[in-house]
Design a protein around this ligand. Structure first.
Ligand code: NOJ
Length: 513
């Protein structure tokens, strides 16, 4: 695993919405370059960019039309190369978003694959052998070309599924992973990776990584596929970092990924913490972190030393964190996010508590996700400094509230969320125990109880973390030798006769003897 992941803190950039420099109302690569110093100053040292390749943008770029060319609206391949090198000069790394499961219907592979005559791309996608048969349980594209067959879709109906084969075949048109078509698809995807790694990118976030091989309930085929990719990377790009959108770290890390996300879907109980009716991090104190902790420990034990489990503050598919948490609740949530093992991922704007923009019409296949994708709020100038285009030209409408948070205001004001996040990052980066590979042991995580407490450790260093989002004082029992409080928010921690008590809405990191 690349050494830089030991203390990596990622910042996810939705390129459309970060910074526009050519007044067309949409973000671009030069805008990201312009803001690299901001991200570095916050303390993040790595970036994940959502897909930025040529696309009809039916799914915000997750429908790629050409894997080898940057989308002109963001700039050129040269601009992207410049972004890689400017990031490297600042000691930062950049992950691109690889979408291997499907393309856009406009991709030249698909245009060829639709043809009735057999050609190089006939088996690049999953086709049934008759227009009258659709793949079971999956949608399909049918009746749009001379080819007799239905093409399986992978997500939206304009995203035909690339063919990596079936783990278990139950229909004659299904191919196995070892067949020529599926093997060629995988080689084509490796070439895409080769191309961008060769231009200086540092790795990939992989879209829907766990679902490439079909009829593969336990993921065995898909794990094997990724092990093949790992072999290739180990040989040619051993430093490349890989993070999967999979949500089952025992599988993804076995497949050779370095990191996997815990997400709002799947069995992680991530939503219990941040995005449910009574999130654990709400001050109401009615939440429950215990199912999350149980699942986390299960995953952690299976994957310890094999790779990282990453907990994001949010992403472009989820409601903004600030939709369910407010004010100091957000600070306490960040005290948790920035003291857990694995590399933290901060979704752009979450560091200032950007709100979920309500009642927007869907943009580029965003639907309910659109409100989490609104343009970054930099300052008090028009369009919050995102773009000098007319307001109606902005990619997505912004938060209209007079008190919408901005970077400029929060940088200037003591007690802001931005300042707290920056402070938390500084503290994390000063203690190996708090970073990616430090161990974790939960010492208090009871059902429907507050606080949540765990120790992080590395070598001789041991740090106790106590997080109490609820408004009421909370306590638990334990024997510790307190050496120094290295982070404290929301009052004082009291340790007396084997009992640790913390005020409501507080978080602490304590160095232990
Ligand atoms: C997951 C991505 O995060 C999401 O935005 C996209 O719509 C789907 N995969 C399909 O690629």
């Amino acid at each position: 695993m690349a050494k830089w992941l030991d203390n990596a803190i990622f910042y996810e950039i939705y390129p459309q919405s970060f910074q526009d420099t050519n007044a067309d109302g949409i973000g671009d690569f030069q805008g990201i370059i312009k803001r690299l110093d901001y991200i570095r100053e916050l303390g993040c040292n790595a970036l994940w960019l959502n897909p930025c390749f040529q696309s009809p943008f039916g799914d915000a770029g997750y429908d790629v039309a050409d894997y080898y060319t940057a989308a002109p609206r963001y700039g050129t391949n040269e601009d992207l190369k410049q972004l890689f090198s400017e990031a490297h000069e600042r000691g930062m790394h950049v992950l691109l978003d690889l979408v291997p499961g499907h393309t856009s219907v406009e991709h030249k592979w698909f245009l060829e694959s639709m043809k009735a005559e057999k050609n190089e791309y006939t088996d690049r996608y999953i086709w049934t052998d008759s227009i009258w048969e659709s793949p079971q349980n999956m949608g399909s594209i049918r009746g749009i070309s001379d080819r007799d067959g239905s093409c399986m879709v992978n997500f939206f109906s304009n995203q035909p599924a690339l063919n990596y084969g079936f783990y278990k075949k139950d229909r004659p048109w299904q191919q196995s992973m070892e067949d020529e078509g599926p093997r060629a698809t995988l080689e084509a995807m490796k070439n895409v990776m080769r191309f961008w790694l060769g231009l200086g990118c540092d790795g990939f976030r992989v879209d829907m990584a766990g679902s490439l091989v079909k009829n593969d309930e336990e993921g065995k085929g898909t794990i094997k596929l990724w092990q093949n990719v790992r072999e290739f990377l180990d040989k040619e790009f051993p430093e490349a970092a890989m993070v999967s959108e999979w949500g089952e770290p025992d599988k993804s890390l076995q497949g050779g990924f370095h990191m996997d996300f815990l997400l709002h879907f799947g069995p992680s109980h991530y939503n219990d913490l941040f995005r449910c009716e009574e999130p654990f991090f709400s001050g109401r104190g009615k939440g429950d972190a215990s199912a999350f902790v149980k699942k986390y420990i299960e995953n952690y034990e299976k994957t310890d030393k094999k790779g990282l489990i990453c907990i994001p503050s949010g992403n472009h598919d989820m409601d903004r964190l600030a939709r369910s948490l407010h004010g100091d609740e957000l600070k306490v949530a960040f005290a948790f996010l920035l003291s857990m093992p694995g590399a933290p991922f901060i979704y752009y704007g979450d560091e200032i508590g950007m709100r979920h923009v309500e009642n927007l019409t869907s943009v580029e296949g965003g639907y309910n996700r659109t409100g989490a994708r609104s343009p970054m709020q930099w300052d008090l100038t028009p369009n919050a400094g995102f773009s000098s285009a007319a307001k109606e030209k902005l990619y997505i409408g912004q938060d209209e509230a007079a008190d919408r948070p901005t970077v400029a205001q929060q940088m200037a004001s003591e007690g802001s969320l931005y300042r707290e996040v920056k402070r938390l990052i500084e503290i994390r980066q000063s203690a190996a125990a708090l970073q990616s590979n430090g161990g974790i042991e939960f010492v208090y995580a009871k059902e429907k109880k507050y606080p949540l407490a765990y120790t992080r450790s590395s070598g001789d260093e041991k740090i106790l973390v106590v997080i109490n989002p609820g408004r009421e004082e909370a306590s638990f029992e334990g024997e510790y030798e307190f050496k120094e409080v290295i982070y404290g928010f929301g009052g004082e921690i009291v340790y007396n006769a084997g009992k640790i008590a913390v005020p409501g809405g507080s978080a602490f990191y304590i160095r232990l003897g």
